[in-house]
Design a protein. Structure first.
Length: 103
């Protein structure tokens, strides 16, 4: 069974269907983080994944250490998709990305 994953940062390729979520996107240095309380349309891509891929991505995204958490959401276009949300206190050095686009 295929699931959908909304990716908004380092996993974007520019070759997949785009979509948006409403939230706040932060520049955390080498990677972004998103929280869903905000008013910015954050641009991302929809990736098809299976359970094995999600388990691997949970490791990559640091879910077990609490860096990110995976949550099921509906995108701006109504797609039900998983998303990795930043799960720590936002560091003081983090800058809000007003454009809603990571690089």
């Amino acid at each position: 069974m295929k699931d959908k994953l909304f990716v908004y940062g380092t996993l974007m390729t520019g070759k997949r269907p785009t979509d948006y979520v409403v939230g706040t996107l932060f520049n955390l240095g080498a990677f972004p983080g998103i929280i869903l309380n905000g008013r910015t349309l954050v641009k991302g891509e929809i990736l098809e994944v299976n359970e094995s891929m999600l388990e691997q991505l949970d490791v990559y995204e640091g879910v077990s250490s609490g860096l990110y958490r995976r949550e099921l959401i509906k995108t701006f276009n109504g797609v039900e998709a998983w998303i990795y949300l930043f799960n720590k206190t936002i560091p003081e050095y983090a800058k809000i990305i007003e454009s809603g686009k990571w690089r």
